[in-house]
Ligand binder design. Sequence first.
Ligand SMILES: Nc1nc2c(ncn2[C@@H]2O[C@H](COP(=O)(O)OP(=O)(O)OP(=O)(O)O)[C@@H](O)[C@H]2O)c(=O)[nH]1
Ligand SMILES: [Mg+2]
Length: 246
Amino acid sequence: MSRVLIIIPTYNEIENIPLIIDAIGQLPCQFDILVIDDNSPDGTAIKVKDIQKNNPSVYILERSGKLGLGTAYILGFRWAIEHHYDYIFEMDADFSHDPQSLIPLLKACEDGADMSVGSRYIRGGKVVNWPKNRILMSYFASIYVRLITWLPVADTTGGFVCYKKATLEGIDLNKISFIGYAFQIEMKYAVWSSGFKIKEVPIVFKDRILGISKMSTKIFKEAFWGVLHIRKNTIFSRNYYKAIKK
Ligand SMILES: Nc1nc2c(ncn2[C@@H]2O[C@H](COP(=O)(O)OP(=O)(O)OP(=O)(O)O)[C@@H](O)[C@H]2O)c(=O)[nH]1
Ligand SMILES: [Mg+2]
């Protein structure tokens, strides 16, 4: 049977983390969970360690402070490869990503995709209860990204995705340099430009109810300039993101 890992980075998610672990545990497939916590002042890590006592499929890596989403995921990817997981997910702790969608995302990879992307902007996908300006910003950001990069993905900034292990092994994770939305764009671009197949699966994305958003203007600016940087990387070297086979 395939081994599947869900990586959940957390910063101050003490209300959400027990609920999301519980919701994933209710699903009809076996998923292991790796929480990457950045020393959340609200004690998220303590809560996770408490849950671990009765739940052997929950793992945690702790870092000393808030170091950003991108580096948290890179750490998780390396851990997943070392521990021989076949499929590896990125997922938020805040219920914007419905645990029920894990199943179709996994199926897309089992059926041949190298990476599946939970998409708000294809038929069947949508965003619920986000303010209109945030939906518009996210939608136009995706168009901007596609204009610059030609990435054939409608939801380029989405962070609910599944990778086959071989996909993560096939790109050079040392070259991934961004931390926020730009990280999500860079990962998709790295996968696609290295010759892997991406499949979008519709998802319904809901705004968080508990806890607070860590979205900031710094993350927005990183994405705006980052897209140009990501494109520039591959202008002179098409295989910039591709891992060199040992
Ligand atoms: N480890 C770690 N996790 C983080 C960091 N920043 C955000 N996260 C987590 O990453 C996930 C996504 O962060 P959110 O704050 O929901 O950001 P977002 O989904 O882009 O923005 P909203 O839609 O406004 O919630 C959540 O599980 C956060 O707790 C960070 O610096 N380190
Ligand atoms: Mg969120």
